[in-house]
Design a protein around this ligand. Structure first.
Ligand code: G4P
Length: 535
């Protein structure tokens, strides 16, 4: 098959949601449709069970599972679908943000009773900023929940999306009768049986016909007619271009647990979701159809067995074909590298592949050469953009607790940072090392892994930092910037790329600093995609 055909039949996406909205259940049902798994319950949940949030051993266990679920690939109606796993737990939000740089679209799952929740807001904001096409799936319709219009309003207001329902529920909870598929113009009746056959969908050409009354009862049919009229009046018609540009988000309703409304979602998804999209590098926009291979590392996973310190680097293929045993340029360190056993992912299994195409993810065995964000090419010198670091929420000094093992400690910290477990900052004033993390849990994980994988011991010391901000002076030679560096000398550090970072001890300090030094912009994100913090 030609490169173009292979690209056209690929869809790489992520499912995002607040924990418990039903991401795992939906993933599993999608895999069932693709025939990639045979029974429900086969996909292991990678979420941290309630009540176990302080138990970092649980995280270690989950780390094992998350290798298996990092990429779940399957074929459906001759489309190759790659689902990239995004951890729902907020302590791993940065992992999710990075994965979102490798998807071409997302499905947002929302619990019908809980509506828009905190984690969904944060993740959708990132997708919105990058104009990633999104489809919304409102889940758990078999339960009592919010009114459909109320939810659509909430989605528009809290998530700042422009929605258009492509399916609409007939009743809800106890009275849930099914859904009307606006996209396909048919009715799917709900029987509450999760083995329900997908052929049970009933075509309804004309919703004003008495056929609908017979199917769902007169009252429910009348309500549906009124509601669909309102939908037609209030919401724009679906427009694929607007969806692809991230300006319009279709909404589906269903119940993942009951495998209801999932087929409709999947059928529409394969029709409208984008094929692999072009990606910006520091020099140019790279198109998937280009013959020469290029790709970037968006995730690194360490081996669970401490005796084998190799890692798996996950590379998203952006252009051309990736071939086994072919030398590619590792742009950052300028070396050519060959990979004899690249892994492709199929459902929960890995296997060695000879050739992969844009949109696909390959897992490369790595002995410490890769960092997140690294680019591989056939020789071109360019670096893919868009894997920023975010300001961590928690900060601690990290000290060596075993002077005999300082080399091991250095190496361990270095490698864990490459994996993206946390961020390391070096204070300008005294060279002390500061670890910044998104969640408090990571400190325990780092300490445990340093000891078990590297034989090193560390001790933490508290440090009062509210936010780390990347410093971006309008003029690096200005007196203002020199004065900023003099006054704030105690609070300046360098990140892993050598970028200057300012540690603000409070929101107030941050505000004061911005108004005192308006020519020195401060950012919460390392790549300055977002607007600077307002003073
Ligand atoms: P997550 O990955 O987004 O965190 O959510 P997950 O799929 O694990 O689902 C969270 C809970 O919601 C699970 O129940 C799951 O069975 C339930 N659920 C998912 N979809 C539906 C649905 O359509 N209707 C109803 N009523 N429930 C749904 P749990 O009791 O927390 O876990 P489990 O013991 O069933 O695994």
């Amino acid at each position: 098959m030609s490169l173009n055909k292979e690209i056209a039949r690929r869809k790489t996406f992520g499912i995002i949601s607040h924990p418990d909205a039903g991401k795992t259940t939906l993933t599993e049902k999608l895999l069932l449709f693709g025939g990639a798994i045979q029974e429900a319950g086969a996909v292991k949940s990678n979420k941290i069970k309630k009540g176990a949030t302080s138990d970092f051993m649980e995280i270690e266990r989950q780390r094992g599972i998350s290798v298996a679920t990092s990429v779940l690939a399957f074929e459906y109606k001759d489309i190759k679908i790659n689902i990239l796993d995004t951890p729902g737990h907020k302590d791993f939000a940065e992992d999710t943000f990075r994965t979102l740089t490798a998807v071409d679209s997302v499905i947002v799952v929302i619990d019908v009773a809980k509506g828009v929740e905190e984690q969904t807001e944060k993740l959708v904001e990132v997708c919105r900023m990058r104009n990633i096409p999104m489809i919304v799936f409102i889940n758990k319709l078999d339960r009592e929940g919010k009114d459909a219009f109320e939810l659509l309003d909430e989605i528009e207001q809290k998530l700042h999306l422009k929605v258009t329902p492509l399916s609409f529920p007939i009743g809800m909870g106890y009275d849930f009768k099914g859904i009307y598929n606006v996209w396909e113009k048919n009715v799917n009746l709900f029987s509450g049986d999760n083995r329900k056959n997908i052929e049970d969908t009933i075509e309804v050409e004309d919703i004003s016909s008495s056929e609908l009354d017979e199917l769902v009862g007169k009252d429910a049919a009348d309500t549906l007619r009124e509601e669909l009229e309102l939908v037609h009046e209030v919401y724009p018609d679906f427009d694929r271009d607007a969806y692809l540009e991230g300006e319009l988000q279709p909404v589906f309703f269903g119940s993942a647990l009951n495998n209801f409304g999932v087929r409709e979602l999947l059928d529409c998804f394969i029709e409208i979701a984008p094929r692999p999209r072009p990606k910006a590098s520091d020099t140019r926009l790279v198109k998937p159809e280009e013959e020469k291979f290029s790709g970037f590392v968006f995730k690194i996973h360490a081996n669970m067995d401490p005796k084998h310190r190799d890692r798996l680097a996950f590379v998203k293929i952006v252009s051309g074909t990736f071939e086994r045993n072919t030398p590619y340029l590792h742009v950052r360190n300028g070396k050519k590298m060959k990979f004899s056993s690249p892994n492709a992912f199929f459902a929960e299994k890995k296997r060695i592949v000879d050739i992969s195409y844009p949109g696909d993810i390959v897992g490369l065995h790595d002995t410490g050469n890769f960092k997140i964000g690294d680019t591989l090419t056939e020789g071109e010198i360019m670096q893919y953009k868009g894997i920023p670091s975010f300001s961590p929420e928690h900060f601690k000094y990290i000290n060596n607790a075993d002077p005999m093992k300082s080399k091991q400690l250095e190496k361990g910290i270095d490698q864990l940072m490459d994996e993206g477990v946390a961020q390391l900052f070096i204070l300008e004033l005294n060279g002390r090392k500061v670890i910044g993390t998104v969640g408090a849990l990571q400190f325990e994980v780092i300490q445990y892994r340093l000891e078990h994988e590297y034989g090193a011991k560390c001790r933490y010391e508290n440090l009062n930092v509210h936010k780390a901000c990347w410093v971006d002076p309008e003029d690096p030679n200005s007196d203002e910037f020199k004065e900023f560096k003099r006054v704030k000398a105690k609070f300046l550090a360098k990140d892993k790329r050598g970028q200057l970072v300012f540690f603000a001890d409070s929101a107030f300090t941050l505000q004061m600093t911005q108004s005192k030094f308006p020519g020195v912009k401060l950012h919460f994100v390392s790549e300055f995609e977002s607007v600077a913090i307002q003073s």
